[in-house]
Design a protein around this ligand. Structure first.
Ligand code: NAP
Length: 222
């Protein structure tokens, strides 16, 4: 499995405001770049924090891209995946619509009734982990379901855990020319944070591209 994390952040590394409200950090060209990344992915993953904050559909915006996928024997949209230990995804969330298949990754801490509600809403519920989703086991399970190319769109809690688990292969970040500030505002990698420099994930910068009023930084993770 190849895991590609992509996000948009302010120059001070924030993914949104301290109110966790979605804000436009990038512009049309970056949205189109993100749409293309989705188009070449088998699945697109987010954490339940992003579902609750933004309620995204995670589908492809450009019809030509959906048509191209269908022409090559794939579903029009990539599979959608939510890391959601306690099954908090609302059954009427946009990403449970019928435009693509949706996997909700839960843990043993999830209530059977919440799982049943998600299944009634059309989700495929996969259990991995005791209190929190075990991302290594969950990624193995996704691979069993044919996911080879996984794109992760955030947020910062999920991205940090993926780095801790050593699962990230590639990182692209759009850095918008804006300062958001706020010590409580989500950043690219939140969680507890690394303390020992020898545990910092080592990245190698592969490309720098100017786009909209910002810059896209591309990294391979060693
Ligand atoms: P998040 O990373 O989307 O979701 C975090 C939640 O995922 C956790 O609280 C946890 O809830 C669940 N989870 C399940 N298994 C996990 C694991 N192994 N490790 C970590 N989390 C796990 O939420 P967030 O960090 O709060 O980010 C949401 C904010 O980011 C919003 O403000 C959104 O607008 C912003 N955002 C911005 C971008 C961008 O590109 N600018 C992209 C995405 C999101 P449970 O413990 O209940 O499972």
């Amino acid at each position: 499995m190849h895991v590609h994390v992509n996000a948009a952040e302010s120059v001070d590394g924030k993914l949104s405001t301290r109110e966790r409200k979605q804000v436009a950090i990038s512009g049309d060209a970056d949205f189109d770049r993100m749409d293309e990344l989705r188009a070449v992915s088998d699945a697109v993953m987010i954490g339940v924090g992003t579902v609750l904050a933004d309620d995204p559909s995670l589908t492809l915006k450009r019809a030509e891209r959906r048509e191209e996928r269908v022409d090559s024997g794939r579903p029009p949209n990539p599979v959608r995946v939510v890391a959601d230990s306690r099954a908090r995804t609302p059954p009427d969330a946009e990403l449970l619509d019928d435009r693509a298949e949706t996997y909700v990754l839960v843990s043993e801490a999830a209530d059977a009734s919440d799982i049943a509600a998600l299944e009634s809403a059309g989700a495929v519920v996969v259990s991995a982990g005791k209190d929190r989703v075990d991302l290594v086991a969950a990624v193995d399970e996704l691979e069993e379901h044919g996911v080879e190319q996984l794109m992760v769109e955030g947020g910062g809690e999920l991205i940090y855990s993926l780095f801790v688990a050593g699962l990230v292969d590639r990182l692209t970040v759009f850095v918008g020319s804006v300062v958001i500030g706020g010590r409580e505002a989500p950043t690219l990698a939140d969680g507890e944070g690394f303390t020992d420099p020898k545990n910092f994930p080592k990245l190698s910068l592969t490309d720098v591209q100017r786009l909209d009023d910002g810059v896209v930084l591309s990294y391979d993770v060693q």
